[in-house]
Design a protein around this ligand. Sequence first.
Ligand code: NAI
Ligand code: 15L
Length: 277
Amino acid sequence: MTPTAESNSSPAQHCARLLLTGAGGNLGKVLRTRLKPYTDTLRLSDISQLDPATSGEEIVPCDLADAQAVDALVQGVDAIVHMGGVSVERPFEEILPANIQGVYNLYEAARRHGVKRVVFASSNHVIGFYRQGQVIDADVPVRPDGYYGISKAFGENLSRFYYDRYGIETVCLRIGSSFPEAKDRRMLITWLSYDDLTQLIAQALFTPHVGHTIVYGASANKESWWDNSRAAHLGFTPKDNSEPFRAKVEAQTPLAADDPAARYQGGAFVKAGPFES
Ligand code: NAI
Ligand code: 15L
């Protein structure tokens, strides 16, 4: 059984100190509660101010772009769930420090402090320029749909290097759309419920041998563009699906068929920019 926030994790799904970056973000706030059963101490970090620590928590504020601060942040943890960074398409100058320098700082700190497992929040925007309807697995060449997607591809490649060179295991989660509800037609396919996200992270943290794994993060939706057979060893078995949102979504006027947001898997991200002032 996969533990939930209401049940205790099994000894095999538990660690002494777990670091969650991006703890002040949308998913970070959800995971702050849901990851507690998996650890004695949940170390929470963000560049933004967090609610004060409660029992079993510690707060370590940190800018991921600050190498020294990241080194201190990572010291003493057993595993890392890395959700922090810029989470949408933005000018490259904003992406660079948080997502590129930041993920490098994190892996360098993990190497120095002997952390052996990272769960990295990648994104579907690594493959955003594949056509909607095309089914792809995690071995296809990346086709990022912007600087944000490029930064996530960098994180995937960096983590592969840190596995090959230093044996740090990483599961890269190519998360689809993790929100309370599927909000549009694309999200009927890309939606990942919070319960399924939590299960995916637990499997990524505690499956014994993951090496370097890339897995798509979507619930068991009626339609899927993503084939997770390459990540079957994680045993990720999504339980939810987006059908409860279908009627509300299908009442919306559809995008024109030739709208790039309706043609490509990355949706509206493929139309963002350029960012000249
Ligand atoms: P979010 O934007 O709500 O949270 C990101 C957090 O990172 C924020 O609290 C922000 O303050 C923090 N952050 C930004 N720059 C930072 C820096 N330089 N140093 C330290 N912290 C910094 O994003 P959300 O939705 O919670 O996503 C979490 C992660 O999952 C992100 O990495 C995002 O790219 C990824 N993801 C999320 C998806 C979703 O559907 N929510 C889909 C695909 C990927
Ligand atoms: C992402 O990577 C973003 O972080 C999130 O805010 C959504 O836009 C999601 O992808 C998506 O593609 O729906």
